[in-house]
Design a protein around this ligand. Structure first.
Ligand code: BEZ
Length: 403
């Protein structure tokens, strides 16, 4: 069962379409309380993701894949029926504290899942650390979460912002580019992605000639494009995602830069949006921990099931949502649904290893994925894998005291 919390906790609505899940929850609540053992009661998972704004499609893809994975488990994890309680983060950092508090204190959730935006993640992580709620981050890459703010109860199934940038810096240097402009949404995610690129590029002798920050979530790119054209670098590395990525790629082509300057990005630039970008996306190369065409049984099964269920192609955000449920299941199976066995539950999650649609999945001591980063290229609207750019790359986890 999925419950949607609107702006106020008193306004809840149950979403349709999760039949098997709803059935499981109703089954559990049909027993009088004394006969329900503590760890067969429904588990509440609080979800804080964007369902409106420029990152709305990311939040939807994550939620879709979580629901799909749960349905594949018959609506139960560790033997317990699961209830999703979800709240729209709107990708607005100032609302993060209030929203997370709502889920933790008013809804009393057993797990927290979210968010997409690094700024929201900073507020969410503060409360997760104070309250000790086991939290899985299915997208936001804020380096701090698995760096100085790392904690035993905080896990990430996505990436650190540094991770996709680093391999692209290496690839750009190998390609012979020496003078590069960085252009990004000017908040934690963009800044840290740019730092990852620098770390892969500068030590070899590459030069960053200019940083151009665009305020989030602005999609007015004309001034940035004019500046890039006047500098005339060998290449540009960018961080944009969701609706902003659609606009940037189209504006780049319309400005006539596609044939004169090499454009690279963290893979979010072309992830889940190539349909909207059309021809403007063709040929763009990016690095990410996923590619549509990964030729593995896990990826083929995932993509086929997602397409059949939702009628659209899966993307990296779906993969991250799907793996969030797999990680939760690994922990809950180990303790047979007994969330009171907290140390054992956390240990099982920390040691989880499985074949994700992205390839092999395991966590670093800081609880961030150690994973392959692929060089991909858009061909006929598909992010095709070219090669593994860096195999099983771990985030440096600077400032993390775990492990
Ligand atoms: C972030 O804010 O961490 C983020 C948002 C969208 C895509 C990737 C990272």
């Amino acid at each position: 069962m999925t419950i949607d919390i609107k702006k106020s906790t008193s306004r809840r609505s149950v979403l349709k379409g999760a039949g098997a899940v709803a059935g499981a929850a109703v089954f559990a609540s049909a027993f009088p309380a004394p006969f329900v053992r503590a760890h067969s009661a429904p588990l509440k998972v609080g979800i804080l993701l964007p369902y409106s704004g420029t990152y709305a499609r990311l939040g939807t893809a994550i939620t879709n894949a979580m629901e799909m994975n749960l349905a594949e488990q018959g609506g139960k994890l560790g033997g317990r029926p699961v209830e999703f309680v979800r709240l729209d983060s709107e990708a607005k950092p100032p609302m993060a504290t209030e929203n997370t508090t709502k889920l933790v204190n008013a809804e009393k959730v057993d797990f927290l899942v979210g968010p997409v935006h690094s700024g929201v993640a900073m507020g969410m992580a503060k409360i997760a650390r104070e309250e000790g709620v086991i939290t899985i981050v299915p997208n936001a890459g804020a380096d701090q979460l698995t760096g100085p703010l790392c904690a035993p109860n905080i896990f990430r199934t996505s990436f650190s912002n540094w991770q996709p940038g680093y391999p692209m810096g290496q690839v750009a240097y190998e390609r012979g580019h020496r003078n590069v402009v960085l252009c990004y949404w000017n908040y934690g995610a963009g800044q840290q992605s740019a730092q990852g690129f620098r770390d892969g590029f500068e030590p070899q002798g590459g030069k960053i000639v200019k940083d151009i920050g665009v305020p989030f979530p602005e999609v007015e790119f004309q001034a940035a494009l004019t500046e890039i054209a006047s500098i005339g670098p060998d290449a540009v590395y960018v961080f944009f995602a969701g609706g902003g990525a659609v606009k940037f790629v189209k504006d780049w082509a319309a400005a006539g830069l596609k044939d004169s300057i090499a454009l690279y990005g963290a893979g979010f630039l072309t992830e889940g949006v190539t349909g909207a970008q059309g021809d403007a996306a063709e040929g763009i190369e990016t690095t990410l921990h996923y590619a549509d065409t990964l030729d593995t049984a896990a990826n083929k099964a995932f993509r086929a099931a997602y397409k059949e269920r939702f009628g659209v192609e899966a993307d990296v955000y779906g993969v991250q949502g799907y793996d969030t449920l797999t990680l939760m299941k690994t922990g809950l199976d180990a303790v047979h649904g007994d969330t009171g066995a907290r140390d054992e539950l956390i240990k099982a999650m920390a040691e989880a290893e499985f074949q994700s649609p992205r390839g092999p999945f395991r966590l670093s001591p800081a609880h961030n994925p150690v994973q392959n980063f692929y060089l991909r290229k858009v061909v006929n609207g598909v992010n095709e894998v070219q090669r593994v750019a860096v195999e099983m790359l771990a985030d440096p986890a600077r400032g993390c005291s775990m492990g």
